[in-house]
Design a protein around this ligand. Structure first.
Ligand code: ADP
Ligand code: MG
Ligand code: MG
Length: 505
């Protein structure tokens, strides 16, 4: 589609571009902790080193109509997922199909039930979402459109680095690091900045303000719940510093320390005691989860106790357990299975529902329903399976089964476990090229881009009707991730891709 992009650079041009890219990245925190395979732990015993985040040398070309389509639908998606997370009865129906065959979902549901029994102490829920898309070309349509890969309701990452990489590409343009032949394509207006850092921070500040309505008696803080070993720490720090700019204290709390450093008081307030100043007490307004989404993090009972402690507290959760469950691939499938009646239920506004529907790729259950039996035929036949991806109810990359691997994978499982997966049509975006810089090396070739649009939504639980009362709802910036086209997975943190920004065409 874009044969001349990016152009080949002379050795001198590449050196100029890379020197500036490396220095700007470190100077602006477009950085990650190095992988142990890249810098062995013996070389960096105190884990003090940082390295440039994997990035593309050039912004990738992206159709402007697709960019606008994805951004325009962000608020409707926020509303949709706020409504789903507020409809416990409907979610129960979904989860019940999976509890027998998916321990992780069963345990999350148990946390919800325990808190429900006691009564929820929080009134508000915060969603910091990222809806991911790829460009889809339908030969019968005049223009390309976006199709949704997935919708993330927990730990949506790269909002910090995304603002930075769009800044990097703008900087490289402004210092003449791109060849003149690109002057008509790369302009100030064709490179939209990503506002994800201020956008996501504003979402957290709104939640914090909402919490203050309950007249806290102690100094307040926001908790970033994090994993013990986090290479992508600067991505999170950028958000933290932006929340600080709203005058809000932030503490990073490793998931493994929840029971040590917090307790729930008689009024169900979540009280945090910083280990570095044990005489101080903070009342937690918001818990922002950048951990707790993977079963491997719950390898002991204490981890489930920790999750329960947070959930039953009055602190606002981003996300609550129900909102985490709303973000499963199963829910996405139930909405996107052709002729599904469910979207209308949650998005009564017809225009909004139509815009959301346009972004769905066909997704099928692998259960014994009519659609499921059709999907089973497609998934077990090697000729048709190549057009699909099978996904379990997991987050964080590296969990999916692609194309011709699907039939053998399914046959390795008891049939009763097939419904734990959904079957999704592969989106095949148009070919394009770029150069990825990771671990000190450049790789040039065919790439696939995935656009993420962040959304922030704060709502108060409705009364009897179960409908959320939304108090803030806005789009919160974008992310472009780019991977080599030989890799099915695109996770930057999982080691396959790079952060990128769009050059609108
Ligand atoms: P996770 O929650 O683990 O990120 P995803 O659904 O995003 O799961 O899948 C991981 C990656 O697999 C995506 O980033 C994308 O590169 C690829 N992928 C997933 N679904 C599709 C699809 N329908 N078409 C093309 N690629 C896909
Ligand atoms: Mg994903
Ligand atoms: Mg995900």
């Amino acid at each position: 589609m874009y044969p001349v992009y990016p152009p080949r650079l002379t050795e001198e041009q590449e050196e100029y571009l890379l020197t500036n890219l490396k220095d700007w990245s470190i100077a602006h925190g477009l950085a990650v902790r190095p992988a142990p395979s890249y810098v062995p732990t013996e070389t960096d015993p105190s884990a003090a080193l940082a390295t440039t985040a994997p990035v593309t040398l050039f912004p990738s070309l992206f159709p402007g109509v697709c960019f606008e389509q994805a951004r325009n639908v962000a608020e409707a998606y926020n509303e949709l997922y706020a409504a789903i997370a507020s409809d416990e009865t409907w979610l129960k129906g979904i989860v019940e199909e999976l509890v027998e065959i998916d321990d992780f979902m069963a345990n999350l549901w148990k946390v919800h039930l325990k808190v429900k029994e006691e009564g929820y102490a929080h009134a508000f829920t915060l969603g910091l979402f990222r809806s991911d898309y790829m460009v889809h070309v339908d030969p019968s349509e005049p223009q390309p459109c976006v199709r949704q890969v997935e919708f993330n309701t927990i730990a949506s990452s790269f909002g910090g680095l995304s603002s930075k990489v769009s800044g990097l590409h703008k900087h490289l343009l402004s210092i003449g690091a791109y060849p003149e032949s690109l002057n008509s394509i790369l302009t100030d207006s064709s490179l939209p900045p990503s506002t994800s850092i201020p956008g996501l921070a504003r979402g957290m500040a709104k939640a914090h303000e909402a919490y203050l309505e309950c007249a806290p008696t102690l100094p307040t803080c926001v908790i970033f719940l994090v994993q013990d070993l986090e290479r992508n720490v600067f991505d999170q720090r950028h958000l933290e510093y932006a929340v600080n700019e709203h005058g809000i204290r932030v503490f990073r709390l490793p998931f493994s320390r929840v029971l040590k450093d917090t307790h729930v008081d008689a009024n169900r307030k979540l009280i945090y005691t910083p280990p570095q100043s044990p005489g101080q007490r903070f009342e937690v307004s918001l818990v922002y989860l950048r951990a707790g989404y993977s079963p491997t993090e719950y390898d002991n009972e204490a981890a489930w106790d920790a999750r329960l402690q947070l959930e039953r507290s009055a602190a606002i959760k981003c996300p609550s357990v129900l909102l985490q469950l709303a973000g499963t691939k199963k829910v996405q499938q139930v909405l996107a299975t052709p002729h599904s009646p469910h979207l209308k239920r949650f998005l009564p506004d017809e225009k909004q529902a139509a815009a959301v529907l346009k972004t769905f790729a066909p997704i099928y259950p692998l259960d014994k329903s009519e659609a499921g039996m059709e999907a089973r035929k497609l998934a077990t036949n090697p000729d048709s399976a190549v057009r699909y991806v099978a996904k379990p109810q997991r987050e964080g990359g590296g969990n999916n089964i692609y194309r011709k691997a699907i039939p053998d994978f399914l046959h390795s499982l008891p049939e009763s476990h097939w419904p734990a997966h959904i079957l999704m049509e592969m989106i095949e975006p148009p070919e394009q090229n770029n150069v990825i810089f990771r671990n000190g090396e450049t790789q040039q070739g065919g790439v696939i881009c995935e656009l993420g649009v962040y959304g922030a939504c704060l709502w108060k639980q409705g009364d009897a009707d179960g409908k959320p009362h939304i108090t803030s709802n806005f789009e919160a910036g974008y992310l472009l991730r780019t991977k080599g086209d030989a890799s099915e997975e695109g996770g930057v943190a999982a080691g396959f891709g790079a952060v990128d920004s769009v050059a609108l065409v």
